[in-house]
Design a protein around this ligand. Sequence first.
Ligand SMILES: Cc1cc2nc3c(=O)[nH]c(=O)nc-3n(C[C@H](O)[C@H](O)[C@H](O)COP(=O)(O)OP(=O)(O)OC[C@H]3O[C@@H](n4cnc5c(N)ncnc54)[C@H](O)[C@@H]3O)c2cc1C
Length: 433
Amino acid sequence: MDKTDAPQHSQTMIDTLILGGGLAGTAAALWLADLGHGSTIVEARPRLGGRAHACPWGDAGLEVDYGGGWIRTDHAEMIGLAKRLDITLIPRAPIIQHSHFRDGMWHADPAEDMAAHDAGLTQLLADAKIMADDTPASRALHAMTLQDYLTHRALPPSVVREVLAWWSISGSAPPDQVGVNEYLTPKLAKGLLIKLEELAFTVQGGASIIPQEAAKASGADAVLGDAAERLEDRGDCVQATLASGRKITARTALVALPVNTLSQIRFTPPLTPAQSRLRKLGHQGAAIKLMIRAKGPSPGHLATGEALGLRWIYADRHLPDGSTLLVAFGLHREVGEPTFAMVQTTMAAAFPSAEVLDFDWHDWINDPFARGTWVSPTLATLPDYGPQHWAMQGRIAFAGSDLYSAEQGWFEGALQTARTAVAALDLCLKQNG
Ligand SMILES: Cc1cc2nc3c(=O)[nH]c(=O)nc-3n(C[C@H](O)[C@H](O)[C@H](O)COP(=O)(O)OP(=O)(O)OC[C@H]3O[C@@H](n4cnc5c(N)ncnc54)[C@H](O)[C@@H]3O)c2cc1C
């Protein structure tokens, strides 16, 4: 047995070994420290933050969010954590203009026939309300993919375009694979059709500051650039084996990894059947978020519709050099590999007076430590996300925004699942001396 293989004495053993230094893992380290428990974070990348990833972009002189960026007003955990860490949230520019792409051009109105368009929107709201209750009609809708739903309701093309535009920032997966419940949410049932209104804040300096500061404040040790490959629950302790061959033993473990990367870890004992299914099949979230720098557009201009796969473009803010930062979303399947020519053509239609300077993005889908954007469960795997399947077993707890929570997929979901996991870890640590 090599020296690190042997369980250490309990007084020197790490309380919790956290696999994954994203928002869920780092917030958990902080909240464990609040309860008097020490932790070590193992992170595969050379940086903390995971899908909260801001870095300086070219000579624009500003940190931009390549991953998650927006925080909603009702995201209490996220706002509370920023406040605790003394991090400033910046209000998003109000929408001053909304243009719609149809018939090869951009228009002020989403449809020629606005009466039919409004009737279609009313239908969406009615269906979202039905889906909020448990009735046979609701269950029938819950069994439909977005594509089935659009066919079944025969909504006007203008409504389909709007749905698909918002889908690129909500469902983020091929519409024929993921349930319409990703779009027809209880929030929509309350009439919040323009979801941009909900995305109220960004983080000054970029969203990754929050996990970085949380880790610092927790006092946790961080092992960076070394991926976990194996996690074993030995009954009286847990042991992780990292890519470097290093072994780390702890009293408990928290797995705070993206669902689509779980297949890279060998668990002993093996995961439960529901967990193994998800580990094998993963989720389908595969959006593209492009950052575009252009001269001309005024912050607050939103363009939705379909133009070369980019369905949603928002002029976010002025950069220090006077240019404007725009954020565009589309589905990976439709956009493919973004090119400057494609961005220019799209922008020429959406923002005719704009001069495109540059664009950039991060490929989260082929990123080995994400393997997708934000979670988008297929209908077949939806039940496997249930919290009962991911409750703490033995000495291993799970967290992360991909798992089920009221705010699944959002920063807030990462924090909600971390809260639940920390309570379970605390109990386990107290019960086991
Ligand atoms: C393009 C994009 C836009 C988004 N927009 C928003 C938004 O506006 N608002 C919002 O609320 N949310 C948004 N999200 C979602 C949000 O970013 C995520 O839900 C959240 O950051 C996930 O946090 P997490 O800790 O659960 O997972 P992650 O941030 O993915 O953290 C998991 C960590 O585990 C690490 N890891 C992976 N494999 C291993 C391994 N084998 N060993 C050790 N470490 C490993 C990863 O490197 C990562 O650091 C967006 C996401 C993307 C990609």
